[in-house]
Design a protein around this ligand. Structure first.
Ligand code: G3P
Length: 217
């Protein structure tokens, strides 16, 4: 399963990139607003840091406007994936941009039917939001299972990109289902490394090693 980082914070991306675990980045208008920076500048900077796809979201709500914005964003760097919302206009834009060779990430997906439409529109990625479904008392992860089942019946190229991830458990569940990508807030990636028994075990090993008086180098 690929790991994307769900942030527009360049410092966070730099640090995570050094772990070698980052396969791409996703942003959205809220994350750009949080960064307080110019949208195009941030996308350009992130694209130069990360080899994989970097999602940049359109803000027009009509198809023609989304296509125009998408074309502009696609020119920012070779690894931009244009993000469009799962609306009728979004899927029209998805089809046009995809046919022209631009990878499109269809976002704000909350149902298997919507995911089927996005695949038919040629999306490179479908982004189902698991955390926001959990927030309204539904089981977000079961949506991932349903989409995986539907896509496996056909030869769609659309990758399932699990979004709105809130915890390490979401990551494990997505991997068990076999999702293609999980986009993670930086904090969740750092949580994945941690286990109290790892810290405790390492402390004990180092104490015992000290008693031997040896050094490897
Ligand atoms: O990038 C979209 C998505 O991951 C948003 O997550 O936590 O705002 O629901 P969240």
């Amino acid at each position: 399963m690929k790991f994307f980082v769900d942030t527009a914070d360049v410092a966070d991306i730099k640090r995570l990139n050094d772990t070698g675990l980052v396969d791409g980045v996703t942003t959205n208008p809220s994350l750009i607003a949080k960064s307080g920076r110019d949208f195009i500048d941030v996308i350009k900077e992130i694209c130069a840091l990360v080899d994989g796809p970097v999602s940049a979201e359109v803000t027009a709500t009509d198809a023609a406007g989304m296509i125009e914005e998408g074309r502009k964003l696609a020119k920012v760097a070779k690894n931009v994936a244009v993000k469009v919302p799962l609306t009728e206009a979004g899927l029209v834009a998805c089809k046009t941009l995809s046919q022209a060779g631009t990878p499109v990430n269809v976002t704000l997906c909350f149902s298997p039917a919507q995911a089927l439409l996005a695949a038919k529109a040629g999306a490179a990625f479908i982004s189902p939001f698991v955390g926001r479904l959990d927030d309204i008392g539904q089981d977000g992860m079961s949506l991932i299972g349903e989409i995986a089942e539907i896509y496996s019946n056909y030869d769609f190229q659309t990758e399932i990109l699990v979004a709105s991830v809130r915890s390490p458990q979401h990551v494990v569940d997505a991997a068990r289902i076999g999702a293609d990508v999980c986009t993670l807030p930086p904090g969740v990636i750092w949580q994945l490394f941690k286990h109290p028994l790892t810290d405790k075990g390492l402390e004990a090993f180092l104490k015992d090693w000290e008693k031997t008086g040896q050094s490897i180098l």
